[in-house]
Design a protein around this ligand. Structure first.
Ligand SMILES: Cc1ncc(COP(=O)(O)O)c(C=O)c1O
Length: 420
């Protein structure tokens, strides 16, 4: 098979939506497994079934914003860190045998990066947000949470047992009203938000949120997952860009996106760090990553801090892509970052669009509920600085072609429905 045929076949396979779960159950299945199969068939009927796919073609669904994942200098640094390591397993949680000077040094470096007194590493961003919120909040407290927040912030608030007040996405008036309504309620209060929203690519009004929180006696937690390495001086995030370091209770920087690694740092005061070491269950009861992995993050951080040209390139190509898409009549929402949603509405339409683009050689994902609200399915285009201008021009052409194919198919369906 020619390379090109193989690539197209992979792309077609990757993009083919799975709707039929009829073969998920066998006659020997237990009651529980049959019930799970039934649930899956219902999920599939709603167009919400997920399957694991290997990205094929031009990758527009990666969070490798600075293209560090395949950077030779980072690869060499990882090989060097492994070669120097006395052991390749951490052998325990940080409180048992798993601590190492590499982690202590990296936490100091990250605190400097974030402009805070201290930082604590968690093995994933999910664990960082869940550990942070569930440790510092509890019954009788209130978490004010943006409606578009990531599942890890939502789950952290849920697990904490605090009351959860969800305010409409980015709506400062609604946030103020909610804070005002609860002003006389005792207990701890925390506003939780992302700085760059992962599915909309828009920016939280952090300065205004910090002012409101202060006025009503609340603290603020900012998840910088999609801003780390991308926004602010040296990629230090939006909190640093706005000079808000001293106003924010905790800033969470993720390493799994622009830093091409894994894990996250909760950055804040020394008291917060000590509290999390004692109370964050996702820290306490989690085996540490091996010390050489700290070497990977450290090298990635240093490359990211110096990547001014890559940040500028990312900004240029995303601005251009947004302009082209908006010019072509696409709705890209309020995107102001390297994440560009293309709003399509229905799950089926979004999946068929992603499949069409897959056949044209682009790895694009349809984002559907429950990740986004019902009726707001979309393509999520996430750009890396390694994308070439001509690839983005081809993308806009492929999108227009997909639209033509789909409207022709829809007209065909309507005509045959009329004949029936
Ligand atoms: C906004 C946001 N917060 C937290 C996370 C979780 O980070 P991680 O993938 O490192 O667990 C993600 C990743 O999907 C994210 O997009």
């Amino acid at each position: 098979m020619r390379d090109e045929d193989a690539r197209l076949q992979r792309a077609d396979f990757a993009a083919r939506p799975v709707r039929d779960c009829a073969d998920l159950n066998t006659s020997s299945d237990s009651k529980l497994v049959r019930a799970l199969g039934k649930d899956l068939r219902e999920i599939a009927a709603r167009g919400e079934l997920r399957t694991l796919e290997i990205p094929a073609g031009i990758n527009l669904c990666s969070n490798d914003y600075l293209a560090l994942a395949a950077n030779p200098a980072l690869r060499d640094a990882v090989i060097g860190a492994v070669a120097r390591a006395e052991r390749v397993g951490s052998t325990g949680s940080r409180l048992l045998a798993g601590n190492a000077c590499e982690w202590d040094e990296l936490e100091r470096e990250f605190a400097d990066f974030a402009g805070t007194d201290a930082a604590l590493y968690f093995t994933s961003g999910y664990a960082a947000n869940v550990g942070l919120l569930s440790a510092v909040m509890g019954r009788g407290d209130i978490v004010f949470s943006d409606a578009a927040n990531h599942a890890s912030l939502i789950d952290g608030a849920r697990i904490s047992g605090a009351e959860k007040v969800v305010f409409p996405h980015g709506d400062l008036e609604a946030l103020e009203l909610a804070l005002h309504d609860h002003v006389n309620q005792p207990g701890r209060k925390l506003v939780a938000t992302e700085s760059v929203f992962s599915m909309d690519g828009d920016l939280a009004p952090l300065r205004e949120m910090a002012t409101l929180a202060k006025r009503y006696g609340a603290e603020v937690v900012v998840d910088e997952a999609h801003a780390t390495g991308v926004f602010g001086p040296e990629g230090r995030g939006r909190v640093a860009e706005l000079g808000l370091e001293s106003e924010i209770f905790a800033v969470v920087h993720m390493c799994g996106k622009a830093l091409a690694s894994a894990g996250a740092f909760v950055c804040g005061g020394a008291t917060l760090k000590s509290y999390l070491i004692n109370r964050a269950r996702t820290f306490l009861f989690n085996t540490a990553l091996p010390p050489y992995f700290a070497g990977q993050i450290r090298a990635a951080l240093s490359l990211a801090r110096a990547a001014e040209a890559e940040r500028a390139r990312l900004k240029t190509i995303t601005t251009k892509l947004r302009e082209n898409l908006r010019g072509g009549g696409w709705d890209t929402g309020k995107s102001a970052s390297q994440i560009v949603p293309v709003m399509l509405g229905g799950n089926d339409v979004a999946m068929r669009f992603a499949a069409e683009l897959g056949r044209d050689g682009f790895a694009v994902r349809a984002i559907r509920p429950p990740t986004v609200p019902e009726g707001s399915a979309r393509l999520r285009l996430s750009l890396t600085c390694a994308l070439k201008d001509e690839e983005l021009v081809r993308l806009a052409q492929a999108m227009a072609r997909a639209r033509e194919h789909m409207s022709a198919a829809m007209q065909g369906q309507a005509a045959s429905a009329g004949r029936a």
